[in-house]
Design a protein around this ligand. Sequence first.
Ligand SMILES: Nc1ncnc2c1ncn2[C@@H]1O[C@H](COP(=O)(O)OP(=O)(O)O)[C@@H](O)[C@H]1O
Ligand SMILES: [Mg+2]
Length: 239
Amino acid sequence: MSVGMPSPLAPEAVPPSAPLLRVEGLTRHFMVSGTRIDVLHDCTFEVHRGEIVAIVGQSGSGKSTLLSLLGLLDRPSGGEYVFDGVNTSRLGEGPRSRLRGEGIGFVFQQFHLLERRTALANVGVPLVLAGQPALRRRSRSRELLEAVGLGHRLHSKPHQLSGGEQQRVALARALSRDPALILADEPTGALDADSSKMIMDQLLEQARIRDSAVVVVTHDPKVAERAHRVVELVEGRTR
Ligand SMILES: Nc1ncnc2c1ncn2[C@@H]1O[C@H](COP(=O)(O)OP(=O)(O)O)[C@@H](O)[C@H]1O
Ligand SMILES: [Mg+2]
């Protein structure tokens, strides 16, 4: 063996990296006309960068509620949520929304695009919120739409696009600030099989390029089988 070559028997020197997110004993209940409804009892898991995690469970089991908590769109009733090294339970609204804007991209089942705006303008929305100048937004949005295969539909409005194309616009929008975490709530729920496959191909490819983590809520076994790990929600508990 030549000098300087590491021994094949040398132990791995790389320390295990900290998770991108960790939830521990997370709970969420709602009060409805004086009655307490316990939706999440005890959710505990970690997600590392580059990991693809599927969340599955029956309708009404609390998957969207959990995703809202992970996205900092909602606050837990109890437990801990650490995102990117920050314990979010002690954060005020300003820092929470900054953390969300910089670190998290969202894809929803129903796309949630602005109907009267073009694909280019829709993708640029998070960049407006980030205070980027118009020229930079346009070039960035164009680049993202090209990356998801929509370079020819920059000026189309949502109603001029198919469901699959609209979801690709939503994906490009989610990627606009290179989030460390991409959250997707039934992203293929409104799509046919071919469009579903295409969206998942692109979501996973874009996450791989960025080393982003993906947490995807899904009913679709074809989506869940592409995850590295499946977290099941049963009666408000993860397992
Ligand atoms: N804001 C709310 N107020 C009261 N109940 C809610 C609220 N949000 C969700 N729930 C209830 O929590 C349960 C889980 O909802 P959800 O997280 O949407 O489930 P899933 O996404 O798994 O279908 C449901 O029974 C729902 O009615
Ligand atoms: Mg849901």
